[in-house]
Design a protein around this ligand. Sequence first.
Ligand code: DOR
Ligand code: ZN
Length: 380
Amino acid sequence: MTPTTLTITRPDDWHLHLRDGELMAHVLPHTARCFGRAVVMPNLKPPVTTAAAARAYYDRILDALHPDLDFTPLMTLYLTDATTPAEIERARADGVVVAAKLYPAGATTNSDEGLTDLVRARPVFAALAACGLPLLVHGEVTDPEVDVFDREAVFLERHLRPLLDAVPGLKVVLEHVTTKQGVDFVLQGPPTLAATITAHHLLYNRGAMFRGGLNPHYYCLPVLKREEHRLALVEAATSGSPRFFLGTDSAPHVRGAKECGCGCAGIFSAPVAIEMYATAFEQAGALDRLEGFASRHGAAFYGLPPNRDTVTLSRRERSVPAAIAAGPAGDLVPPGAGATLGWELDTPAIGGLPGGVVAPREKREEPRRRMPLDRSEFPL
Ligand code: DOR
Ligand code: ZN
């Protein structure tokens, strides 16, 4: 019989865009109501390229956090052609940075200052390997000759394989893997190679962008792929393999930046993320594997303990809001807006808002300060 509730160790989000300023204050509670920790992407304007900038961003996130929510941001460093091994060591020593992010220059939102030459950056990758920090990879080529649907598959052979061969021992996460080729690449790679999988790539194929007309709220990068790729991702996520774990890639852009002549890439899944994952796992008959994927595999890969508390999902219809207010810049449209999901996270009504989502708050008197890196031995 289908269970009516599901209690799992509190999950973590191993790939998240929180933005900054007022937008961050609006989106942060949607993640913190559910996830204990999140790996926060550094593609701000300007990008988070130094240990000091990562620490300052970490402080701003905690300043914006509602005091009733317990959430730890895990910070990342944005790699540019100018990043030095010394900056990697500084970031490692400071303690709030858990990884470095490789954006191929021009691959996606705010990636213009990303890497232009992965061979020249090898001393930086070696520094990451030496201090045990993972490299998080946006795995798409920027070559305009390569079809947008093939950019991930081409990146694997053209760039990722040589990189893994050149820096053995480097922990690498192929972020938001979207293809069967990507899944196979991870499974055939060394145990130091893993991948995150988004909820939207598990639930939707590329048809979602065109259903009933062009729908920009399903446009993200890497772009949604064919059904055969979605099925490969579902198989990987529900396989029980510790090489695959949850990373929402929730990437808010206000409505006006999506519904326009040149809309931004990004799907704002945070308000419905764990419910979307539960739906995908249930469809695959694998609800018993959700906890490993959402709450254990990522922590183990990063050498961190799992969260100590739990969350409960209940089997009831949850209608996805048509839009979510995000201040004067405009509202945000989540995936599945206006539809219903079969699962809902049980949360106390912190801040008194429906669904337990809290309002952005005034600056906290005494922000909590907690070091994220209680490192246990890397188990792989
Ligand atoms: O869809 C995406 N949105 N993909 C990315 O890689 C970046 C992200 C963003 O920051 O908006
Ligand atoms: Zn991302």
